[in-house]
Design a protein around this ligand. Structure first.
Ligand code: FES
Ligand code: FES
Length: 168
């Protein structure tokens, strides 16, 4: 029988106690134990950034952290950033600027961008590109992602665009 350790995590404002194997990665604790599947796994080499969450306010690739290392920490995932009624400005800007295609990288990209804007609320385009260099997107070519982050920083994200009516 494998040994387990009790870990305390505050995730999106809710306290959890989890019995975990010491080898369990934080990303798997979030996805498989807490059902927070907005945090994605895109690689097994710490390269893609799809698993980015905030630990105590800092952007971290959650596939590089053991759940036991996060004991006592405050974790924010994409589910904790906005709500269905009130999107986070970055979510709104990604929507309006078409900053995604398949969406696989998007939660990690937005979490990394949120930490970037916390540190530097008025970044240049170069600073955004540099700040997101740990997050890979295989679809968009990055242009609209960078635009979305810059627009969110400027508070330029307009209200969610109404979708055109489709008639038969
Ligand atoms: S899944 Fe964590 S960096 Fe790719
Ligand atoms: S939108 Fe598909 S990987 Fe970024």
């Amino acid at each position: 029988m494998s040994r387990t350790v009790t870990v305390g995590l505050k995730v999106n404002g809710v306290e959890h106690e989890l019995d975990v194997e010491p080898r369990l990665l934080l990303v798997h604790a979030l996805r498989d134990r807490l059902g927070l599947t907005g945090t994605h796994v895109g690689c097994d080499t710490s390269n893609c950034g799809a698993c980015t969450v905030h630990i105590d306010g800092r952007a971290v690739k959650s596939c590089t952290v053991l759940a036991v290392q996060a004991d006592g920490a405050e974790v924010t995932t994409i589910e904790g950033l906005g709500s269905d009624d009130q999107l986070h400005p970055l979510q709104e800007a990604f929507w309006n600027d078409h900053g995604l295609q398949c969406g696989y990288c998007t939660p990690g990209m937005i979490m990394a961008a949120a930490a970037l804007l916390d540190d530097n609320p008025n970044p240049t385009e170069d600073e955004v590109r540099q700040g997101l260099e740990g997050n890979l997107c295989r679809c968009t070519g990055y242009h609209n992602i960078v635009k979305a982050v810059l627009d969110a920083a400027k508070g330029k994200a307009p209200a969610i665009a109404t979708q055109p009516e489709v008639t038969a």
